[in-house]
Design a protein around this ligand. Structure first.
Ligand code: ADP
Ligand code: MG
Length: 282
């Protein structure tokens, strides 16, 4: 057992027998721009098992947000396939929740009304009382109990991001897509949010794809880290974490974590074209 993680705080990884919930196969995508055709994804592959948590890292502009839009069904690939639950994704679905770096809460609505907004847009079978119960449960899960009736401007940046997470989870999504969700927060607030994410993940059974620029965040939260190459992007490198599930911040300060961060840093530099692919990580 690796010294990096304490016994009893994790579930041993066993992805081999899990069915892929998200399966992205040989996806090509380009945008038509004023300057011509911009090739963004070039045979990108990725697979996420049910209940898995995959972090995606890569150079700025390589196509990470584009990838999230493909998984969410907001765009279609030029070629290749995006599968969710064994069905090809062709349109958006309520079973996918999304949260972004900017929480975009509506100032004229209370926090609880903000997080219940998706229930007004996409109908649900829940009664009004059940909807409110779910909203209150999620707010308590992220530590926002007592802030239900506040306005967004009365909350700190970290609290607004917690509310945004609740809104993404209100429909009990199968898939949660996070696009640099903690990127605008200070380091301490970010670490608090990481711990909240582990807590939320242990209670809500979603499968998560998280885009991040923060390599520590990727190894702290994810079961697997996928490094995208420079544009046009393909899957350049995949790092499997030795364990999945909750871990403590101290794990980031172990030699094993330092080794993983070194490897990922090297892969990012390769993706940025700053060092040749053949150069060793060590
Ligand atoms: P990342 O999230 O990795 O920074 P994006 O997926 O946002 O990258 O964008 C990848 C590339 O595609 C960038 O060069 C960006 O400018 C371009 N791009 C993104 N969206 C569009 C669009 N709707 N039309 C044209 N170009 C786009
Ligand atoms: Mg982006």
């Amino acid at each position: 057992m690796p010294a990096l993680f304490n016994a009893g705080t994790f579930i041993l990884q066993n992805t081999a027998c899990m069915q892929a919930l998200i399966d992205i196969k040989n996806v090509h995508l380009s945008y038509d721009t004023d300057d011509g055709n911009l090739k963004v994804l070039n045979g990108f592959d990725m697979s996420v098992p049910e209940g898995g948590f995959v972090a995606v890292v890569g150079p700025s502009g390589c196509g990470k947000s584009t990838l999230t839009r493909l998984i969410a069904g907001l765009m279609k690939p030029d070629s290749g396939e995006v599968w969710l639950h064994g069905e090809q994704v062709t349109s958006p679905r309520a079973t996918v929740g999304m949260a972004f770096q900017n929480p975009v809460l509506l100032e004229w609505r209370s926090i609880i009304k903000n997080i219940m907004l998706p229930l007004e847009i996409v109908p649900t079978k829940l009664t009004r009382a059940q909807q409110e119960e779910r909203a209150r449960y999620l707010l308590s899960l992220v530590g926002l109990e007592g802030f239900e009736d506040k306005r967004p401007s009365e909350l700190s940046g970290g609290m607004r991001q917690r509310a945004s997470l609740c809104r993404a989870l209100i429909h009990q999504p199968d898939v949660l897509i996070l696009d640099e969700p903690f990127g605008a927060l200070d380091a301490f607030t970010r670490e608090d949010l990481w711990q909240t994410m582990h807590e939320v993940k242990s209670r809500e059974p979603f499968t998560c794809v998280m885009i991040t620029h923060d390599l520590r965040e990727s190894i702290y939260l994810a079961d697997q880290v996928v490094v995208m190459s420079g544009r046009p992007a393909r899957t350049q490198y995949v790092l499997d974490m030795p364990v999945t599930g909750a871990r403590s911040i101290e794990t980031l300060y172990t030699p094993e974590a330092a080794e993983m961060l070194k490897t990922l840093r090297h892969e990012i530099e390769v993706a940025q074209g700053r060092v040749p692919a053949t150069s060793a990580a060590g």
